[in-house]
Design a protein around this ligand. Sequence first.
Ligand code: AMP
Ligand code: MG
Length: 487
Amino acid sequence: MKALDELTFDNRFARLGDAFSTHVLPEPLDEPRLVVASKAAMALLDLDPAVAETSVFAELFGGHKLWAEAEPRAMVYSGHQFGGYTPQLGDGRGLLLGEVYNQAGEHWDLHLKGAGMTPYSRMGDGRAVLRSSIREFLASEALHALGIPSSRALCVIGSSTPVWREKQERGAMVLRLAQSHIRFGHFEYFYYTKKPEQQAELAEHVLNLHYPECREQPEPYLAMFREIVERNAEMIAKWQAYGFCHGVMNTDNMSILGITFDFGPFAFLDDFDAHFICNHSDHEGRYSFSNQVPIGQWNLSALAQALTPFISVDALKEALGLYLPFYQAHYLDLMRRRLGLITAEDDDQKLVEGLLKLMQNSGVDYTLFFRRLGDESAELAVKRLRDDFVDLAGFDAWAELYKARVARDGDDSQEQRRERMHAVNPLYILRNYLAQNAIAAAEAGDYSEVRRLHEVLSKPFEEQAGMEQYAQRPPDWGKHLEISCSS
Ligand code: AMP
Ligand code: MG
């Protein structure tokens, strides 16, 4: 266990130099205070959880203090936003403070979001509000607990600093952890600004640090791209299987590590709805729930274009062709497990699709359906769940197929089925209304609800005593909340 002043820095990205990032100091928040910290994320830095309660912790992550070895930098990148190319983006309000390595030898980027203006702030104020910082914190840690690759969050620091959005709010900072903050948009920036030397340096950096095993391959860059395709396909398969809608899948929000990155107006589905759009400024539904799958491929194509100086177009196309099969395999594997199936049959895809169609028509709660399906034997569970469906004949027909399918998988005990299914079907997810309740309390100065919700979501598969209220369908007011896109 380490104290705060015992972190060991090795700032490899900063060493790439001024073509890649600019030195900027954080701008402190007034009266910084701890809102919430993640013990699990602190463990990634070997930090003693007790240090979160010290005033130095709030000062460090509220922009007042800095380690002597930290080298705060704003990174430059660009990206495709809603399909159109924006030539220059970059860290407009976040700073890469440095890279820390832990006792296991892993490097973690410390990125402070909401740390003030940078050369890339454009019209923005460089700040983040408490509301969006809490949402990012809760989502990153909740996704991780569900087994969905994601950037992590160490803490949220609140303040009395006024920040203007639709109304006056308070500024906050979230300390994000990831093994890299390099986005598809980093590669696009050097490609479109025609800086082949820097682009090659960036590619070498990513290959050496994050995909060293690809060095052994005959074409290392191609092997790396294939790996990026596969990781993104797997991440999106998990989003789809668990009902996570990202909302802003611009290429500047896509990580080269295939982790969920940059949280905005994201949402978990309550009722199953393939057409759900969580981003209210997304009028065409470009980033609707079901569109996330083709958009994942679109984004990888944008990255492929930026990699044409290193890899032949034919090889890139072939690698892109792997996306859908990878996606399908991961998705189907997870959905089979969510249904409690052990073996694989050709018609399983149809079984899943048939169920989702029925859920869509009846507005069935996506999370609770699967959890309840595992509570009992297939026979009893479908009987009980039947009431949630409007199309009873349709559901009965599906239930017959399902029971027969389970029977073909062979006998297993009720306990085994339950254990197996509950291990992949969460009871608790970050429903928008739960986040909203926690935010309202925090805005009034009470952080206990954010902390409790974070605790509950850190063990989503485990039934927790006294936490029944977190495992309910949303109340009417909480069903279709309009989450502000300003953050
Ligand atoms: P996002 O939509 O949060 O992914 O951000 C898109 C771009 O806008 C990135 O370059 C951000 O750094 C920048 N940005 C977002 N909000 C602000 C802000 N309040 N101040 C400065 N830049 C911002
Ligand atoms: Mg972004």
